[in-house]
Design a protein around this ligand. Structure first.
Ligand SMILES: [Zn+2]
Length: 406
């Protein structure tokens, strides 16, 4: 982790207006689409694996003859290969392209953020200059970033560009470790110093119950109209409404939580440590059940995505640890923990007693430290939490964290 560079990516999507005629850009987009289609048609029947080298050999000279530039050609066959693969993976039919959209490599455009213009290099050495229709404030933050490719689209009579930016960030050297434990109905975060002293503890509620309620509604409706629900307009609409609520609630929550955690981590100069959800899926059946399959891992992924994103925006390091045993192993002796009242665990071997969620954060902390102990400072086991600890943020209904009412 130390000295490693992080890369943050972000796209700037904006409308763009060609100076002068639309014709050449439209012509380019059509030619590009047709070229992708030709490549898709020709590779559809090929069942062997297609390397870039082979694609290059097969299509490069033909694409150059059509008037494309070298990097246009590369983007075209990569695009075609991706389209074919995803269609085949979904067991679908050969794709037929209608939309006008082209990915353009950094060698084939020039972006001028001072003048808010973009010059694209097209087929047959044509060029088109576009004015970016967006505010200066929005562009401002990208000034110090580098950009590496863009997508230009034509939709309902308008051109749109998505410019992909990236930025290397030098992560702050962490002074504390912020551990995050995600549960069905709460998120527990705790910051520990590198020698194991806890400096912050916070529990936040999740909107899982609310999400579940909408989910139950959807299932109920689908049960009442088996097979036919898709075809009855009002029924379909009702289902869509519940789906939309789930989406709003979860994104809203994830954004707020990500922001809140990152702000706290910034305050404490923390490295943010999360459980690796991919590993969770493979090897932790018990916790998996606890994570409730009815809601699935998607909600946790969404939260983690926002936490990671917000942390990286603030130049904070993010690390992931294997979640195995974080809520079943004694942080003091490694023995097995058993239930000891509501959300309290006890170690049979050494008598350790602790709040279930707080214990999980200690285990997460210990896992992180054992892998990343710095400058010979070994991770010292933090003190055991008191069994009925009432961390800030959970007191009464004064949950300063988040209300997802809206
Ligand atoms: Zn123990």
């Amino acid at each position: 982790m130390r000295g490693e560079e992080l890369v943050v990516n972000e796209a700037l999507k904006t409308r763009a207006l060609p100076e002068g005629s639309y014709d050449k850009l439209l012509e380019f987009l059509k030619l590009y689409r047709d070229a992708v289609q030709i490549v898709v048609d020709r590779i559809w029947g090929i069942n062997e694996k297609l390397s870039w080298k082979k694609l290059h050999r097969l299509f490069y000279s033909d694409l150059m003859r059509l008037g494309f530039r070298a990097h246009h050609a590369k983007e075209i066959y990569i695009n075609a290969k991706n389209l074919m693969e995803s269609a085949k993976n979904n067991g679908g039919r050969k794709p037929v392209l209608r939309k006008l959209s082209a990915k353009i490599d950094k060698y084939d455009y020039k972006l001028d953020l001072n003048n808010m213009t973009l010059t694209l290099k097209l087929h047959n050495n044509y060029e088109v200059k576009l004015r970016l229709i967006t505010s200066r404030e929005r562009v401002e933050k990208f000034r110090s970033w580098s950009n590496y490719e863009l997508v230009v689209k034509y939709e309902d009579g308008e051109f749109w560009v998505s410019i992909y930016f990236k930025r290397a960030v030098k992560p702050l050297k962490p002074r504390t470790v912020m551990t995050i434990d995600l549960n069905f109905d709460n998120v527990t975060l705790a910051a520990y110093t590198l020698d194991g002293r806890r400096v912050r503890l916070k529990k936040l509620k999740t909107p899982h119950k609310k999400i579940l309620t909408h989910k139950i509604w959807i299932e109920r409706i689908q049960k009442r109209y088996p097979k036919s629900w898709r075809f009855i307009k009002n029924v379909r609409k009702a289902i869509e409404r519940h789906g939309k609520r789930i989406k709003n609630i979860s994104w809203d929550y994830a954004h707020k939580l990500g922001d809140l955690i990152a702000e706290l981590a910034l305050k404490y100069h923390s490295v943010v440590v999360l459980e690796d959800l991919e590993k969770l899926k493979e090897n932790n059946k018990k916790k998996d059940k606890e994570f409730n399959k009815r809601l699935g891992l998607w909600f946790y992924r969404r939260i983690q995505f926002c936490v990671e994103y917000e942390a990286m925006e603030r130049n904070l390091q993010v690390a992931k640890i294997d979640p195995r045993g974080t809520s079943s192993k004694c942080p003091r002796c490694g023995g097995k923990l058993v239930e000891y009242g509501y959300r309290v665990l006890r170690c049979r071997k050494c008598g350790f007693i602790g709040d279930r969620d707080v214990t999980a954060t200690i285990n997460i902390y210990k896992k992180y430290i054992s892998k990343h102990s710095r400058c010979g400072v070994p991770g010292v086991a933090p003190k055991a939490p008191k069994p009925y600890e009432n961390p800030s943020g959970m007191q009464g209904n004064k949950n300063e964290a988040m209300t997802t009412e809206s």
